[in-house]
Design a protein around this ligand. Structure first.
Ligand code: MN
Ligand code: MN
Length: 307
């Protein structure tokens, strides 16, 4: 039986890596030949989770490593811009996701997306629906992703279902969400080993806000002032990218995971869009966006509306 590749989005986060592993386990249990893969190496938060469990990261697929005509399963994404470059030449068997629908195919496929806080919340239901038992390892993987995507249930993307399922998973995993979750999130905020360019691409998404070509990069921290110490260097790196990529706007969101606010640094000829969208005044290119933690719910739609 031909192998099916399972992977999450580029620049993988904890949800993309764990969903690939958890989906591969489910498919294997159901008798299918699959491989858990990734479109990048795990970030430090995800490394914390993998080390906690003592397991290996999924194999990283290089450019053009998935041959045309292969079978693939996409998790935690469906946007052609965030996946393999030959997505239109492979056979997408399934999608399990919680993002806006961007994919279009000329053939039918299994498509499961729900407006919940995390792909793993949908995964949990798939295990239940298929009567597959969730063991401690997979419960820990799922729970970690829910905590990551919802910032410990504080993000506006978090739904009552995410909270309820996380509660069930914490019982199976034998994990206290608060203490484990905070340690895991904090592990993801350690920027000490990164260059400025790496910090600027850690969780960067290029999006078009109507016709405003924008990069929105989000960096989690437990201390905004610590990251702001790098402001001048970050701005120099952002300016370089604006020039090389022809961007209208580069937004760096420095998100305080403890107090649920974001400090924004905005550069580019359309930085005014940030002021207009949030009713703030940028001083030295920066402003505090109170209560803003979710790029998906509180940034992209708000900025698009005002663009
Ligand atoms: Mn993701
Ligand atoms: Mn996700």
């Amino acid at each position: 039986m031909e192998k099916t590749y399972i992977f999450g989005h580029k620049n993988p986060d904890t949800d993309s890596i764990t969903s690939s592993l958890v989906m591969a386990n489910l498919e294997t249990k159901l008798g299918r030949n699959v491989e858990s893969c990734a479109l990048g190496t795990p970030n430090k938060e995800t490394e914390y989770v993998l080390n906690y469990l003592g397991i290996e990261a999924p194999r990283v697929l290089g450019e053009n490593e998935v041959p045309d005509g292969s079978n693939v399963i996409l998790v935690d994404h469906n946007n052609p811009e965030e996946t393999i470059s030959n997505i239109d030449k492979v056979n997408v068997l399934k999608v399990v996701d919680h993002h806006c629908l961007k994919l279009s195919t000329s053939y039918p496929l299994y498509y499961r997306a729900e407006p919940v806080g995390c792909t793993e919340t949908v995964m949990y239901k798939l295990y239940k629906e298929n009567g597959v038992e969730i063991d401690k390892k997979n419960a820990t993987l799922m729970l970690s992703a829910i905590i990551s995507d919802t910032l410990l249930f504080k993000s506006p993307t978090c739904t009552p279902e995410d909270v309820e399922i996380a509660k069930e998973l914490s019982k199976i995993a034998g994990i206290d969400c608060e203490s484990y979750g905070l340690e895991m999130l904090k592990a993801g905020t350690d920027l000490s080993s990164f260059t400025i360019d790496e910090i600027l691409s850690l969780d960067a998404k290029q999006v078009s806000l109507k016709d405003v070509k924008t990069v929105i990069n989000q960096v989690n921290t437990a201390s905004i002032p610590d990251v702001m110490e790098l402001k001048e260097k970050l701005e120099a790196g952002m300016t370089e990218q604006i020039e090389s990529k022809g961007l209208d706007l580069f937004m760096l969101l420095i998100t305080d995971i403890v107090n649920s606010n974001s400090q924004v640094i905005a550069l580019g000829k359309r930085a005014d869009l940030v002021e207009k969208s949030y009713g703030v005044k940028l001083e030295n290119n920066t402003a505090l966006l109170k209560g803003v933690v979710s790029r998906k719910k509180q940034v992209i739609p708000v900025m698009t509306e005002n663009a």
